[in-house]
Ligand binder design. Structure first.
Ligand SMILES: [Zn+2]
Length: 321
């Protein structure tokens, strides 16, 4: 009987991870809206439900399209040591040096953010409401991913250092425990970014520099906790799941000097500032009089397919389980 219970618990241990977790991506896009100027708030505030719900579409798309995975990460340590001078920051130069295929294997998040940024700017320029909201929601996702240290590190789930599970621990478990009750999301105002490419590379390098700390602190904390204090069994959606305990999560975030809260705040600021910059670069169009006010049948169908594949399919790219 005891063996059977253990087996059931082990089976329930597996839990999918989705880059900052679905809930946190939604929260990050949600909070970013409140940093915008009134001229943008006029569109973004009434659309906050859409921006929140569709913050996770890029992760759902990983269940539909194999090539989607590369947009979410960069194994920057593949290219040498910090600050990785061997890796050209310009995409075309990087392709010439390493080939497009190689770049995709090790991830392309900083470049993909720039592509999404130009799509959003174009949508603002064309005053296309649905395109603005769709691209803003998805750009928010990729920017948030670039702020996660383990998205910029080849040891992305601690698989090389016997720390499997650290990915979801850092970006889902800890924020889900503390973000709503303890963390501060009064962040100020969005700012214009004169050079979005340099800006996102600076955030990527911050993430890369922090990845060692993320792994080292978990190793150190784990030595201070016995297995029965490290984990807890909790009920989730009528299932008993094995989770890192609240005490362990608290000790970890403390040892990181509140890094997860700081990266989440930085993500929110960066997203709002990218949205604002795209709008300014598009000539600050009035957002109360826009075209394409409702979703078309094909757009609705696309969202439907995305949900269907995500619910029934398997992740086609890298998974962090
Ligand atoms: Zn992601």
């Amino acid at each position: 009987m005891k063996k059977l219970c253990c087996l059931i618990c082990l089976l329930l241990l597996t839990h999918r991870c989705f880059c900052w977790g679905f809930y946190m991506h939604e929260q990050i896009n949600y909070h970013a809206v409140f940093l915008l100027p009134p001229q943008m708030m006029i569109l973004f505030k009434p659309s906050i439900g859409f921006l929140t719900e569709h913050a996770v579409d890029p992760d759902k798309r990983r269940y539909m399209v194999a090539s989607e995975g590369a947009h979410h990460y960069l194994d920057i340590d593949h290219y040498g040591k910090y600050p990785f001078p061997a890796l050209p920051r310009d995409y075309k130069t990087a392709i010439q040096k390493f080939s497009a295929d190689t770049l995709r294997v090790y991830g392309i998040v900083p470049w993909w953010i720039q592509i999404m940024m130009s799509r959003l700017t174009k949508a603002f320029r064309e005053k296309d409401k649905q395109a603005i909201l769709k691209n803003a929601a998805e750009l928010g996702h990729y920017i948030a991913d670039a702020h996660v240290p383990l998205h910029v590190c080849s040891n992305h789930n601690g698989q090389l250092t016997h720390q499997q599970g650290i990915h979801a621990f850092w970006e889902s478990r800890v924020p889900e425990l503390f973000a709503e009750s303890d963390w501060d999301f009064f962040i100020g105002k969005a700012e214009y970014i004169p050079d979005p490419a340099s800006y996102i590379w600076a955030r990527v390098l911050e993430s890369a520099a922090a990845s060692d700390t993320v792994l080292r602190c978990e190793k150190e904390i784990s030595l201070q906790f016995s297995a029965d204090r490290k984990y807890a069994f909790e009920e989730r959606k009528d299932k008993i799941v094995k989770q890192y305990s609240t005490a362990y999560a608290m000790a970890y975030e403390k040892s990181l000097n509140n890094m997860i809260e700081r990266r989440m705040r930085q993500s929110i600021f960066s997203i709002a500032s990218f949205w604002y910059t795209a709008w300014v670069n598009a000539g600050q169009p009035a957002l109360d009089r826009l075209l394409n006010d409702t979703l078309t049948v094909s757009e609705l169908k696309e969202f439907e397919m995305l949900n269907l594949e995500w619910k029934n399919g398997a992740c086609k790219g890298r998974d962090c389980n």
